[in-house]
Design a protein around this ligand. Structure first.
Ligand code: GLN
Length: 414
């Protein structure tokens, strides 16, 4: 008799192109890493393989996970399987469409500011970002290290719960990880509990929110109340600050993380002859990085520069602390916070590329969870009058993945 079957025996899984798998290419969808081969596997990948998962390949994404549409990729855009003229969302767009189109059962993405939840929302599937510190970042190409977290795409809650149970938990290669034991999520998805939900008035009444999305979520709030849950509005006066704080802090971290791509130790190297050392570095980076990555390196370098450090970086850190405190206060009284995931459904490829600020502002509902380090999930519950899917976002307090998955199973059952 052979060895017992692993928990993921025969489960077909795809990886975002920022997650290392030994002896396989990984490029973060960037020219600067063209033809780079991983020399080790991410901890999450090791754990999937130990449980007999089948890794079928890596998926396109926005370059270095910077974007919301998967248009910032050296491989070109990914198309939404619900409508090939539309974006799948990003940055983990390829991972989302791989599950949406049935190429695999589950996939991994990364979520620094919504890159798992927002493409799940645009593609009509589940996307979960766990607590910061729940899944090892070892072997994940860094964008903004104090925000980055692996997330999971799937079609149902038991699949997501099983993969989370396998890949979560302490790892000696990532010192930011929690030592908290991992719960047996799939075994504990019993339903029927009554919970306390908060919803943020400022979020549901925000002028940027598509009215059909707002009304679907308001109806859901009513029906939860009728079923015996407590659902109450809370004030959250910091909504306008979360996107600026997120972009200051993440571009600062990115400018530091991406300084390693100099074309010397690895990565793209220019063919141009006769350059001195500084010109050589500059040319490697000028040729290798795409436009959005360059924009963010410059923004991040600016907010960290001597004369501006306190005005931008220090102040954004203070805002982050306030957001964490305000979020804690809500969770002292409620189990979950309900939010939209994105202010709109999937838009056309090319439709929003001209205005990066508008694109950044659309991250309004997802970056709160990353700033606070809390777990959040996008659940595909609705269909817009335009025919496209969208979902409900549920956020929980730190390390409350178990109740988050349990309530998600309840919500999905309807
Ligand atoms: N859209 C966000 C950004 O562009 C989210 C990215 C992410 O989560 N990796 O930064």
């Amino acid at each position: 008799s052979g060895a017992p079957m692993g928990k993921l025996h025969g489960v077909v899984i795809a990886l975002k192109d920022v997650i290392c798998y030994k002896d396989h290419k990984v490029s973060a969808a960037s020219g600067i890493l063209e033809n780079f081969t991983s020399i080790y596997s991410a901890t999450a990948v090791e754990r999937l393989l130990q449980e007999d998962a089948i890794i079928i390949g890596n998926c396109n994404c926005d370059e270095f996970a910077m974007g919301s549409t998967n248009e910032n990729s050296s491989y070109g855009p990914v198309r939404n399987a619900a409508d090939p003229e539309r974006v799948p969302g990003g940055s983990s767009g390829g991972s989302a469409v791989a599950v949406q189109s049935g190429c695999c059962m589950v996939s991994l993405g990364t979520d620094t500011g919504g890159s798992v939840r927002q493409p799940a929302d645009f593609c009509g599937i589940i996307g979960m970002k766990p607590t910061y510190g729940r899944i090892s970042r070892y072997g994940v190409i860094a964008y903004a290290s104090s925000f980055d977290q692996i997330g999971i795409f799937g079609n149902n809650i038991p699949d997501v719960a099983q993969v989370l149970q396998v890949i979560a938990g302490a790892d000696e290669f990532d010192s930011t990880l929690s030592q908290k034991p991992v719960e047996d999520y799939p075994a504990l998805l019993q339903t029927g509990k009554k919970y306390r939900f908060a919803w943020l008035r400022e979020a549901l009444e925000h002028p940027s929110l598509d009215p059909a999305i707002a009304s679907a979520i308001k109806e859901k709030i009513e029906s939860l109340r009728k079923e015996g849950h407590t659902v109450e509005p809370v004030e959250f006066d910091m909504l306008e600050y979360i996107v600026p704080a997120y972009y200051i802090l993440t571009t600062a971290e990115a400018s530091s993380n991406l300084s390693r791509y100099d074309g010397v130790r690895f990565g793209h190297r220019t063919q141009q002859p006769g350059l001195d050392l500084t010109e050589f570095y500059k040319q490697n980076r000028a040729e290798g990085f795409g436009k959005e990555v360059k924009r963010r390196i410059m923004l991040g370098t600016f907010v960290l520069s001597a004369g501006y450090y306190d005005a931008y970086f220090t102040r954004a850190q203070k805002v982050r602390n306030l957001i964490r405190q305000r979020t804690e206060q809500i969770f002292a009284q409620y189990d979950f916070i309900l939010l939209p995931t994105s202010p709109s459904t999937a838009f056309k490829i090319g439709e929003k590329t001209k205005d990066p600020i508008e694109m950044y502002l659309a991250d309004i509902y997802t970056v709160m969870a990353n700033l606070a380090g809390i777990p959040a999930i996008a659940l595909p519950l609705f269909k817009h009058p335009n025919g496209l899917p969208f979902g409900l976002q549920v956020m929980a307090n730190r390390f409350q993945e178990l109740p988050l998955l349990e309530v998600s199973a309840q919500l999905m059952r309807r």
